[in-house]
Design a protein around this ligand. Structure first.
Ligand SMILES: Nc1nc2c(c(=O)[nH]1)N[C@H]1C(S)=C(S)[C@@H](COP(=O)(O)O)O[C@H]1N2
Ligand SMILES: [Mo]
Length: 467
């Protein structure tokens, strides 16, 4: 998304220069009267251009406009983001006009009776232009950062927290694990003051201290997490070994009453999410305090978070402080925005090597392949909590399929890594496709579906050129 804000800044510079050129044309200067020392022609064109650029931005950003995660429903978020962009653009126009007005004042043109030379007092002062350019240069980076930050706020706060590319490993180091948060600033929880309150429809509510949780018999469980916003082929997915206590243990101790339908979990950041009591009682649903044997990093929920295999990342509440057993179908932070209601991960697969790039929704390998030369195509597959049985590859856009080699099988709760050695014999264009089959024998659907509201589906297709 960085490129989007960079594009906005570059556009701003181009529009600014255009405005200056326009204001200085003979045509504009000879135009009737300048009001408030401004060229009506230049201001009109600027206004028109801004609206055009605004509309173009909305069209360009359409796929992410609704992903305003500031707690607004997706339908409203779309308008909030659009209006926010318009405010930013309008602020830019006002700043540009005011700044230019200061560099090239026109007051005297209007006051002086000598209108034979309408540009008499209006030549831009070189000194002012230099000062303004220098100030602009100094302010450029902070301004860019502010716009970038506002943009992230309004849309996707995901920059730099994805895990993808040819170097990915089956077990992801904690400091490279993908990250998604609704917060501008994540909670900084003091472990000694932290507590986990088990309440709602239970016989004996209890608030566990960190030491109490740590003293309970623990399990180690490798589990893959994937965000519901993960596009096919994208990096909002990672795998690690988690250490913690089955939630079932805590609920059994508390004594779940009849009529329990779901559990509702609360995070220290005001986040909440829900899942069924049956899911809560599965032995693999964990309350965890370690990742890969070390403490949870702050951004992954220190000191304690949930691991809910088979369901999208959303349900894996971080900085968890409370779990209520409830008697109805409650809604979490994302479900209230219009996501779901089904949060089970559909079977997925993608290719991470050799390196490929997505342009306008189409994927292609960065480098051409050489005929008669073997190349290793590698990828990953994930089937929620069903496990990956195998992955097939097609070199002809899905007409025929060949099985791949599973290089890292993982478990039912993790992704698998696969590879296929391809020796193309004939030069030309190929479409490489992969599809996974889960342990139930169900093949990954080819139906292309976007991330909202229940996660993306469809096969990844990457164009390859053999020469
Ligand atoms: N308290 C809290 N828990 C949360 C979130 C959050 O914003 N606050 N984000 C959720 C989302 S959308 C995802 S995809 C996962 C990401 O977990 P990770 O950052 O450890 O990869 O955390 C989930 N748990
Ligand atoms: Mo997510």
């Amino acid at each position: 998304m960085k490129s989007t804000t960079q594009g906005m800044v570059v556009t701003g510079v181009v529009v600014g220069v255009l405005y200056a050129i326009l204001a200085e044309t003979r045509w504009s200067r000879s135009r009737a009267r300048w009001r408030f020392g401004l060229s009506p022609v230049a201001v009109t064109v600027l206004g028109f251009l801004t609206m055009l650029i605004w509309i173009a931005t909305l069209i360009f950003l359409k796929p992410v406009l609704f992903t305003n995660f500031r707690g607004l429903p997706t339908t409203h978020a779309r308008y909030a983001t659009g209006a926010g962009l318009l405010v930013i653009y309008a602020a830019y126009v006002v700043a540009l006009v005011a700044c230019y007005r200061w560099i090239a004042p026109r007051d005297r043109v209007m006051r002086e009776p000598d209108l034979k030379r309408p540009d008499a007092g209006g030549r831009p002062s070189t000194r002012r232009a230099v000062v303004a350019t220098a100030a602009g240069a100094v302010l450029a980076y902070p301004t860019y950062r502010i716009i970038d930050h506002l943009y992230d706020e309004a849309t996707f706060p995901y920059d730099g927290t994805v895990y993808s590319g040819p170097g990915v490993k089956p077990l992801v180091p904690a400091d490279q694990f993908y990250t998604v948060t609704k917060n501008v600033v994540d909670p900084d929880v003091d472990r000694s003051r932290w507590g986990l309150e088990i309440g709602g429809l239970v016989d004996h509510g209890h608030t566990y201290s960190y030491d109490e949780i740590e003293a309970l018999p623990s399990v180690e469980q490798e589990t893959t997490l994937m965000c519901i916003s993960n596009h096919i082929g994208a990096g909002l997915q990672s795998n690690a070994i988690w250490t913690g206590v089955p939630l079932r243990e805590l609920l059994t101790r508390a004594g779940v009453q009849g009529g329990a339908v779901e559990v509702k979990l609360y995070g220290a950041d005001g986040y909440a999410d829900t899942f069924s009591i049956d899911k809560a009682m599965e032995p693999t649903t964990l309350v965890v305090y370690k990742i890969n044997g070390g403490p949870l990093p702050r951004r992954h929920g220190y000191p304690v978070r949930m691991i809910v295999p088979g369901m999208f990342g959303e349900k894996n509440v971080k900085w968890v402080t409370g779990i209520d057993v409830i008697d109805h179908d409650g809604k979490g932070f994302y479900e209230e925005q219009g996501w779901g209601p089904n949060f089970d991960v559909p079977t997925r697969s993608d290719i991470f090597a050799p390196k490929w790039t997505r342009r306008r929704g189409k994927d292609s390998f960065d480098q051409p392949f050489a005929a008669n030369q073997a190349v290793e195509i590698r990828g990953r597959a994930f089937a929620g909590n069903r496990g990956v049985k195998g992955v097939d590859i097609s070199l002809d856009d899905g007409k025929t399929w060949k099985p791949t080699r599973i290089q890292y099988a993982g478990t039912k709760l993790t992704w698998s890594f696969w590879s296929y050695t391809w020796t193309p014999l004939i030069a030309g264009d190929y479409m490489i496709v992969c599809r996974a089959t889960d342990m139930n024998g169900d093949v990954q659907t080819s139906e292309v579906r976007g991330i909202a509201p229940e996660g993306a589906t469809g096969w990844q297709r990457i164009a390859a050129h053999v020469q």
